[in-house]
Design a protein around this ligand. Structure first.
Ligand code: GSH
Length: 211
């Protein structure tokens, strides 16, 4: 498998955690976003959307981190990243999608560049944007978990897709200076996850292309 990603990309970070949980090895191809490596013709041939990650596996190219993670889960079922019970699976997917579909797109490089370059926003304006949308999304995640019994991970005794999405988003919140004190459950899950080698070794600072 050849995995195209970037150390600080949170959707790449999600995939790295999934690889590690499943003990899968892969060849890593760094795609430095700040240098525009994802906008080259060569990269667009892999992903016409010009976004990392992309995974080459078995003669196919897969894109979109949630699709990649479900592909890995279906082709390497142990340990499972989704629960067996259909209702809980739906809740896990909903939690993951709050982050991957509602929060993350609003903090993406191209969106922040657009705010600065096309809409003329300064640091204060961009920070207001990030605080609003990341804060609102994490508050929803905290509320979703608060409805459930206490557990070390988002949905029980083992980490899965929800935790895979949460930890990179919490990392991004720190990077953007968002206060997460109001989200004790999310913070506790993050601590439990980061104590595991699969999460710790996936951290941006531990990647070969970390700046
Ligand atoms: N929904 C996509 C998001 C992919 C994405 O937005 N990747 C970011 C890095 S985390 C990227 O390539 N950004 C480049 C840009 O915004 O120009 C996924 O989950 O894979």
């Amino acid at each position: 498998m050849r995995f195209h990603g970037f150390f600080r990309s949170s959707s790449s970070y999600r995939c790295r955690i999934a690889f590690n949980l499943k003990r899968l090895s892969y060849a890593f191809v760094s795609t430095p976003l700040r240098e525009g490596a994802h906008r080259t013709a060569a990269f667009r041939a892999l992903n016409p959307q010009a976004l990392v990650p992309a995974l080459e596996d078995g003669g196919e190219v897969f894109t979109q981190s949630l699709a990649i993670i479900e592909w890995l889960d279906e082709t390497h079922p142990t340990p499972p990243l989704l629960p067996a019970d259909p209702a809980t699976r739906a809740h896990v997917r909903a939690f993951a999608q709050v982050i991957a579909c509602e929060v993350h797109p609003l903090q993406n490089l191209r969106v922040l560049d657009y705010l600065r370059q096309e809409l003329g926003q300064d640091d204060a304006g961009v920070n207001r944007w990030l605080t609003r949308w990341i804060g609102e999304g994490l508050a929803a995640c905290e509320a979703l978990l608060s409805r459930r019994p206490e557990s070390p991970f988002c949905f029980g005794e083992a980490p899965g897709l929800a935790d895979i999405c949460l930890v990179p988003q919490m990392f991004s919140a720190d990077r953007f200076g968002i206060d997460t004190a109001a989200f004790p459950r999310l913070r506790a899950v993050r601590i439990a996850c980061e104590a595991l080698p699969a999460f710790a070794e996936a951290a941006p600072g531990r990647q070969p292309d970390a700046a």
